[in-house]
Design a protein around this ligand. Structure first.
Ligand code: ZN
Length: 857
């Protein structure tokens, strides 16, 4: 036995599972038989494995001596363990344990669960499907449900007549039985239980695309297969790109990408049978906006990267989930950047990294890797620090080492550990071996310690000093002693040999480990964090900063992004006057990168809430003066040959002018264009359409609200559905927003509920009422929303900075804790406090900057 109730004893370990699953979709029940080949390492009378919410009917073992023993079973519900006790000890050697059992097909979006949809004839249809990560395979079959217990799986499914059955392997045999057929699937490679999948339901499967010998298909609800072409294209690209990058062939025999109407996560990397929520897979290539296409490209590439990184080589325990996800995020961006170079995916990744830097500057942040005792502890790991910070620090390391050397380390790691399990340090050791650089000590300082540094740059005789100190919005005594091994690149603003190609200039590398580092430098303007991939903020002395501001075009897009991001963060932290940030935004008239604009406009949205009501018109007018000329230059309609990022910038500027900018002319035209689009009289460019919907919601009436619901019900694509659905939270009339809140407990799918509620709380006018609604409907809302998105429910509270909310919300959440999101709740409450302090401090100065004027005519 083991002392840790969450870790199984290793006296008996599995090598192979034969699973036969017979679902009854109408009754929401299933029967199962698990024949598990195990190695008995020492004679034992007791076998302990995982099971939860299953009724075990019989347990039988045939041991190495050939004896058959009948076992008695007992279930420990709190630790989700099944103990099978035999009348005498099983002999050491190979044994087969056979268990028969039954269970419910639940509606909790984990384990073996039901997803429903209404078909073209108006009938409700049911799909039975699985979601096992991190620890829910035990709800579908008794198993050693820890990632280190890898085994092979041979799965058979009873598929009712007329339905489709899918699993990890290809179907290799079908046997007709009364009312349907047994389908047997090809045996998998050796892998962890959380990667098993089986699905039965009325799905259609596209013809396979042959990707260098790998059959690639999409499965979805009938009628939606017309939305599969883009996923197949990006999937084929990712398979080829990743096999080449890793220098290892795709590790399974086939690949199915399966879209499900109800899905709690974005997608799940089951080997050979990846499951997705519909918006992340199905898209109309010709009528979707660039961000909507990019989302599909991202998620498909991410999941396919997991086939190697996660499935072939797997973390030993759940503390390693972060590396799994961080690496897949890193590879996703690289693969999509290769798929559509014109999307400039690495630059747009700045936005995701920026979100991680906000959370990671909080006192309530966490180290990327932390100790995980129970599998439930790992629930908190599926967050922005795992995916976005983790991906960003890998990008920092790659940039510092060079892409080829970094890749050589990755190849060494995957080759060395295939079909096995690893610790995080195994990756650093492999990269260290391949490059000769101190990778483990560098990365330990980023992974086992929360937060990140601010680098202050000061001129000194013959150079500059770079001082590192932890960046936080509210300082803390321990900040002074925190240190990182910061891989730093720096460069002259304009290289003497290439003055017009700023980023082509070679940067100098150095590793900062002391509190203060002196860098020799001549009089040229210096760019610290050259290229922009260091996970830190830069605070220049005023003279150094002014020289950069005087020549912004000489900075690359990620560097300009960082300049805006760092200035905004320092204004929030009261390290820089807010006026400096407003002045910097005022310089963006020549900016054409949508990521830089989106960041600045998002911050202006915060100012819009903070200014007194009578100053708001002056702020809107300032915004119109700034963004209006850029939008006018781009025009309403795409120009021939225009790149897709320009289309995105047009959409961002238009949305802002029609909402925060309160541009009446734009609001009127947007409404006319939206009406024409709905009446089928015109087909606006997809990026434009998303903006039109936002503007109509911002000025929306009850009639618009009804229209939005009609569009949701009649949506031709998953993207159209969510485009209207999420805007239901943005109407200015609190009564309509409350109707939206009510719908999260009825008409809105549980997979979307948390996001809609989170957005309603952020509604400037109706956020307070939305909060009161949530308080009244707390228990039923939490029961309905999948556990993994409980943290998202509260996203909008960071914007509720009025005195009542600042008092009430923390008190309520202290009395009503959310166990699966303890960390996220603490982070959101801290951000609420920071924003409230900012609002109190800056309301007066903003009123002076944007004085109340006569009402507009
Ligand atoms: Zn992932």
């Amino acid at each position: 036995m083991t002392a840790d109730p969450f870790r199984l004893p290793d006296t008996v370990v599995p090598t192979h599972y034969d699973l036969a699953i017979a679902p009854d979709l109408a009754a929401s029940r299933f029967e199962g038989t698990a024949g598990i080949t195990v190695t008995v390492r020492e004679p034992v009378e007791e076998v302990v494995l995982n099971a939860a919410e299953l009724e075990i009917h019989t347990a039988l073992a045939r041991d190495a001596s050939g004896r058959e023993l009948v076992g008695a079973v007992s279930l420990d519900g709190s630790h989700e363990r099944l103990t099978v006790r035999f009348p005498s000890a099983l002999a050491a050697g190979e044994a087969v344990l056979t268990l028969t059992y039954s269970g419910a097909i639940n509606d909790q979006l984990h384990g073996f669960y039901r997803s429903t949809f209404v078909d073209a004839d108006g009938h409700e249809q049911v799909i039975a499907t699985t979601q096992f990560e991190p620890a829910d395979a035990r709800r579908a079959f008794p198993c050693w449900d820890e990632p280190a217990y890898k085994a092979t799986f041979a799965i058979s499914l009873l598929v009712p007549a007329g339905l489709c059955g899918l699993s990890n392997g290809a179907a290799v045999e079908e046997r007709a039985v009364d009312g349907g057929r047994w389908v047997r699937f090809e045996r998998t490679m050796k892998m962890s239980t959380y990667l098993v999948a089986f699905i039965v339901g009325p799905l259609v499967v596209t013809d396979p695309v042959d990707v260098d010998g790998v059959p690639l298909r999409v499965a979805c609800v009938a009628g939606r297969e017309r939305l599969s072409a883009f996923a197949l294209e990006v999937g084929a690209h990712a398979l080829r790109y990743l096999a080449d990058y890793f220098d290892i062939p795709y590790p399974a025999g086939k690949l199915d990408l399966v879209a499900l109407p109800d899905f709690a996560f974005g997608a799940m990397e089951n080997l050979g049978c990846v499951t997705f929520r519909e918006t992340a897979l199905l898209v109309d290539r010709d009528h979707a906006s660039r961000p909507e296409l990019e989302r599909v490209a991202d998620v498909v590439s991410h999941e396919i990267a997991h086939m190697w990184f996660g499935d072939l080589v797997t973390m030993r325990w759940w503390n390693g989930i972060w590396l799994n996800e961080a690496f897949a995020t890193f590879m996703e961006v690289g693969a999509v950047n290769d798929f559509r170079p014109e999307w400039d995916r690495w630059t747009s990744f700045s936005t995701e990294r920026g979100v991680a830097m906000v959370t990671d500057a909080l006192a309530a942040t966490r180290p990327v890797e932390y100790e995980v005792v129970s599998p439930a502890d790992a629930d908190g790991m599926f967050d922005v620090l795992t995916y976005q910070k983790g991906g960003a620090v890998l990008r920092m390391l790659e940039t510092y080492l060079g892409a080829d050397r970094f890749r050589a380390g990755i190849r060494l790691y995957l080759d060395r550990h295939r079909y096995a399990n690893t610790e995080t340090t195994d990756l650093w050791d492999a990269i260290e071996e391949a490059t000769g650089e101190p990778v483990r000590s560098i990365m330990d300082s980023w992974i086992f310690q929360g937060g990140y540094p601010m680098l202050s740059v000061e001129p000194v005789d013959g150079g500059v000093t770079v001082t590192q100190q932890r960046f936080r919005y509210q300082s803390h005594p321990t900040d002074v002693s925190a240190r990182w091994q910061a891989p730093l690149l720096y460069r002259p603003l304009r290289a003497p040999d290439a003055p017009d190609a700023p980023e082509a200039a070679g940067a100098t590398r150095t590793l900062l480990s002391e509190a203060v580092t002196r860098v020799a430098w001549d009089d040229a303007p210096i760019v610290v964090n050259a290229g922009g991939w260091g996970f830190f903020r830069t605070r220049y002395a005023p003279d150094l900063l002014h020289r950069l501001l005087a020549d912004l075009p000489a900075l690359g897009p990620v560097e300009r992004y960082n300049l805006v991001s760092d200035t905004w963060a320092m204004a929030l932290a009261a390290l820089t006057p807010l006026a400096d940030f407003v002045d910097l935004v005022g310089l963006l008239g020549a900016e054409r990168d949508p990521s830089v604009w989106d960041l600045a406009l998002d911050a202006v949205g915060v100012l819009y809430r903070v200014v007194p009501d009578d100053s708001r018109p002056a702020l809107s007018a300032w915004l119109r003066d700034l963004a209006g000329p850029v939008f006018a230059e781009l025009g309403w309609q795409p120009r021939p040959g225009e790149d897709e990022r320009t289309a995105q910038l047009r959409g961002s500027l238009l949305t802002t002018l029609g909402t925060l900018g309160d541009d009446r002319g734009i609001q009127k035209t947007a409404r006319t264009l939206h009406d024409a689009a709905l009446a089928g009289r015109s087909a606006p460019a997809p990026d434009l359409l998303a903006s039109l919907v936002s503007i109509v919601a911002w000025t929306g009436t009850e009639a618009d609200y009804e229209l939005f619901w009609e569009r949701i019900r009649a949506a031709a694509t998953p993207q159209e559905e969510v485009r209207y659905l999420f805007r239901l939270a943005a109407f200015p009339d609190p009564a309509l927003v409350l109707r939206t809140m009510d719908a999260t407990n009825s008409d809105i799918r549980t997979q979307n509920g948390a996001f809609v509620i989170g957005a309603a709380l952020a509604n400037r006018v109706a956020g307070r009422q939305a909060w009161r609604w949530l308080v009244e409907h707390w228990d039923q809302t939490l029961a309905r929303i999948p556990v993994n998105s409980h943290g998202r429910l509260l996203d909008g509270i960071v914007r509720l900075t009025d005195p009542d909310s600042v008092q009430e919300i923390p008190a309520f959440l202290a009395a009503h804790p959310i166990p699966s999101a303890t960390k996220q709740v603490a982070q959101l409450l801290e951000r609420q406090r920071i924003n409230a302090a900012f609002a109190a401090r800056e309301r007066g100065p903003l009123a002076e900057r944007f004085p109340a004027g006569p009402p507009e005519s």
